[in-house]
Write a protein that binds this ligand. Structure first.
Ligand code: ATP
Length: 135
């Protein structure tokens, strides 16, 4: 068997994803996409709202992530993000509702909405909808 990576995804809610058979992880960093396999040079990178594609022996899965960091070591990948949901766990109707709510804040002409907050909420919602469809 080839060498594999262990992967742990941590959020403020604690560890939400853990496996030790990762053959390739594709991550969306602020500097572009990176592919990480066993033996990658150690690095730290900032992650954008996007997906992590995890390939393992016998399959692969997409995980929606919001902002955070990844730490890469030779045999270990640690992803520290605000939120992370495997595609299968995404509640699409909840994301659609969050999207509508964010859009109504963005269209609020009274100036009572925090526009940057609404933009980020919209990005998270669109990302969840996208990733749910990638599975
Ligand atoms: P909402 O308004 O629906 O809470 P949000 O973007 O404000 O959306 P977050 O603050 O990003 O939500 O996440 C709060 C928690 O809810 C996190 O644990 C996140 O993983 C989970 N979560 C948010 N939206 C979804 C979803 N559509 N499906 C599954 N889990 C979700």
């Amino acid at each position: 068997m080839s060498n594999t990576l262990s992967l742990n995804i941590v959020t403020p809610n604690g560890s939400v994803y853990d496996r030790d058979d990762v053959t390739l992880a594709v991550l969306q960093t602020t500097a572009g996409d990176i592919g990480v396999m066993y033996g990658h040079i150690p690095t730290v990178a900032a992650l954008e709202i996007g997906y992590a594609k995890i390939n393992f022996d016998g399959g692969s899965e997409y995980i929606a992530v919001s902002e955070g960091f990844v730490e890469v070591r030779q045999d270990k990948l640690s992803i520290i993000v605000q939120t992370a949901e495997p595609a299968n766990d995404i509640d699409v109707s909840r994301a659609e509702q969050a999207k509508s709510k964010a859009e109504s804040h963005l269209n609020d002409s009274n100036g009572n909405s925090d526009i940057n907050r609404a933009k980020r909420a919209l990005e998270r919602a669109n990302n969840r909808i996208r990733v749910a469809n990638l599975q």
